[in-house]
Every structure is written in structure tokens, then in C-alpha cells.
Design a protein around this ligand. Sequence first.
Ligand SMILES: NC(=O)c1ccc[n+]([C@@H]2O[C@H](COP(=O)([O-])OP(=O)(O)OC[C@H]3O[C@@H](n4cnc5c(N)ncnc54)[C@H](OP(=O)(O)O)[C@@H]3O)[C@@H](O)[C@H]2O)c1
Length: 246
Amino acid sequence: MTLRVVVNGAAGRMGQSAVNAIEKDPELTLAGVSGRHDNLENVIKSAQADIVVDLTNAHSVYQNSLTILNAGCHPVIGTSGLTEAQVAELQTLAKQKSLGGIVVPNFSIGAVLMMNLAAQAAKFFSYAEIIEYHHEKKADAPSCTALCTAEMLKTAPRDKQADQPIKHTVPGSRGAVHNDIPVHAVRMPGVIAKQQIIFGGLDETLTLEHHSISREAFMPGLLVACKQVVHLEGLLYGLEKILEIE
Ligand SMILES: NC(=O)c1ccc[n+]([C@@H]2O[C@H](COP(=O)([O-])OP(=O)(O)OC[C@H]3O[C@@H](n4cnc5c(N)ncnc54)[C@H](OP(=O)(O)O)[C@@H]3O)[C@@H](O)[C@H]2O)c1
């Protein structure tokens, strides 16, 4: 028997890719689609859904997540914008309802692996910098992935007093500093999303690099999340929790 999935936000860019990917997967059935003008609870009921994938926007994602759990469905939340407090409240509700769910800030398996590999590498290097590249229409900088990566990096100790003092001829030339890690954001046409993490040690550097060339890069992770979510206990945060890399 296949798992019945509703996609909320189905008319959006990510939603359309999700609908196509789910329709092609023999283990999943696209049971329904929902958008801004639909009543999500009614769609879930008439679709007899097991799972709802939410790909909407920051304003509606919390209410959608409550609706999904209250309807007895497993949420796969890809939408950005849930606060830590909201995730904690959803975790409490999922526990009360005995429902597995997952919030996935980044469905890209490569990006998740890059961040985890970087956290490992950081222990062995005392210098690390991040360069992220996105298309010129991206509204924010630095990217959430870059900030999240910086937060995961706990570099080896070094004597910062011994660093050469720098005269910043142009302010900002060493990038924005987050969690003590310089982060440089490049915006230009010809690129979708790319990130490099460069580590420096005695006479060596190590560069980890990840590219995604379209939203299709998110689909393998999204499909894994749909298939795993029904087996989860409680609401997890992050694709890495189900990729067995921790
Ligand atoms: N987790 C990941 O890996 C990942 C990757 C990429 C993007 N994202 C996130 O996924 C979300 C969607 O991105 P996108 O690029 O697909 O955005 P998008 O193209 O703007 O699509 C969002 C869709 O949601 C609809 N919508 C808005 N409010 C709704 C509501 N209350 N109920 C149901 N549908 C509603 C929108 O309808 P209207 O057009 O009528 O407003 C639109 O069709 C964003 O939060 C983005 O940051 C996550």
C-alpha cells in the first residue's frame, strides 16, 4: 500500500516540483493538493491523507502545521520561518497525538552532508571561512544555509592575539562575521546556489563545496522525508536526523 500525500502550497515553485516528484514515486500517492484559497483540513479529510508536505510561506506555516497534526496527519514541513518556540510547541503537540513529523530547513542531501562534514573538519582546523553564491534575485544575504553552517563550526583553538592586525581599507572587506566565522555572499546571474567552506591549517587548506543547479536538488530528500515520517516518534528537526549521518 502506498502512502497518501497532500502537498500544501502546490502551485508554488517548490510545490510544483514536489507534486511531480511524488507522482513519479511508486511508494507514494499524490492524494491531494492545496493552496492559499483551500481549506487544508477539508483537503486532508477528503484525500484521506497520511502525510502533508507544507511548502507555503512563513506567515502560514505554523497554523498549517497545527492543522496537519490536529487532523491526525504526519507533517513534512519544508517551509522556512518556524521559530524555535513554535517548533517546541509542535513537538509537544506531536507527542500528545503520538504522531511522527519532521521540519526540514534544507531538503538537499548534499547540503546537509556538507554541513555535517564541515562540523567534523572544523575540529582539526583553526581557520574557517564561508563563501556562498546565489542568483541576483535572492532577497536575503547571507543565506540561511551559510548562517546555519557557521553556527555548526567549532574550530580548533588558536591564539587570535597573534593574528596579523588588518587595516580594512574598504569596510566589510573581510565579510560578515557570524559565530566568529567570516561569511562572504556573492550575488550574480549564472548561479543558482553554491557554497564553499574553506579551512586553513599549517601549510594546507581544505575546501568543501556544494552546488545545486535547480530545485530538483531538494526532491530526493523530500521523498526520503515522506517515506520516513510515518515511522518517526515525535517531531524531528533537520534531514540529518533521518539520514543516519549523526
Ligand atoms: N526546505 C527546503 O529545502 C526548501 C527549499 C526551497 C524553498 N524552501 C521554502 O519553501 C517555501 C516555498 O518556497 P517557494 O519558492 O515554492 O515559494 P512560492 O513559489 O512563493 O510558493 C508558495 C506557495 O504557497 C502558497 N501559499 C501561500 N499562503 C498559503 C497558505 N496559507 N496556504 C496554502 N498555500 C499558501 C502560495 O500561493 P500564492 O502564490 O497565492 O501566494 C504559493 O503557491 C518557502 O518558505 C521557502 O523558503 C524550502
